[in-house]
Design a protein around this ligand. Sequence first.
Ligand SMILES: NC(=O)c1ccc[n+]([C@@H]2O[C@H](COP(=O)([O-])OP(=O)(O)OC[C@H]3O[C@@H](n4cnc5c(N)ncnc54)[C@H](OP(=O)(O)O)[C@@H]3O)[C@@H](O)[C@H]2O)c1
Length: 258
Amino acid sequence: MTTMNSSRPLALITGASSGIGAGFARRYAREGFDLLLVARSETALQALADEVSAKHSITASVHMADLSDPTDVARLVEVITDHLPRIDHIVNSAGTAPEGDIDRMDPEDLRRMVDINITALSLLSRAAVIRMRDAGSGTIINIASGAGYQPLPHLSAYAASKAYVIRFTEALSEEHRSHGLRIFSVAPGDTDTPMNPGPGKNKRQAHQVVDTAWKAMPTKAPSVVDGRMNSLVATLSTRVFSKHFTLRTAEKMMRPKA
Ligand SMILES: NC(=O)c1ccc[n+]([C@@H]2O[C@H](COP(=O)([O-])OP(=O)(O)OC[C@H]3O[C@@H](n4cnc5c(N)ncnc54)[C@H](OP(=O)(O)O)[C@@H]3O)[C@@H](O)[C@H]2O)c1
């Protein structure tokens, strides 16, 4: 990690090596933030750091971490707590979405998903909250998913992990509002990234998810959904349709083709 001692604000972004996390990194750089980019892929992180620092005259550093590894998570927590000169924003975008029904899913993939989507996100949020409360300000953006707004048969564990992200973040948002912290979750729907490649109806782009987060920043919303269609689906499934109807419909839609 190169030293960052400028007077510019600093944003730490996990999952910055591709997709939505990389989109956030480009936006923060454009807005004049220094960056600490976190993921496993050193080459991709360094290429992005070189790109944005040359283009926007900011300092971008990289930090390699496997967020399913408790040692790497503890090391990153230490960086947040003790080593960064400041931390103004953190975006927890790292996540995995193993394919398939729970019985067909590799148990190691299942464990890793919980470790990354839930455990690492919680521990990094905790470290950021402590540091930001001391500073009297800060912003935490946790990337959830439209899948987190309802139980999803055939994607049960991933959807539940994102439900955790939404509820956890909403509660933190209220808990720390009076301490000057802005905390919210952003739920993308189908978005064109390496996690979800290929064509799709109403598919969104990573920069649109980032725009949605940016618009939500000055508001008090504890959670936002990206895209009008995705917002409508989240509203219908949580506030309009019965649990039974939502579950049955989702099961049919998500059932693997024979
Ligand atoms: N794309 C969609 O349709 C969609 C929809 C809803 C929600 N989301 C959520 O959006 C977030 C970003 O996903 P994306 O679509 O941008 O996918 P992506 O391009 O595949 O990005 C995932 C990021 O997570 C990082 N990551 C994965 N495993 C990791 C590990 N063990 N340790 C550290 N970092 C790890 C990856 O970096 P390395 O591989 O370099 O480590 C990568 O930077 C995720 O939380 C995802 O659940 C995506």
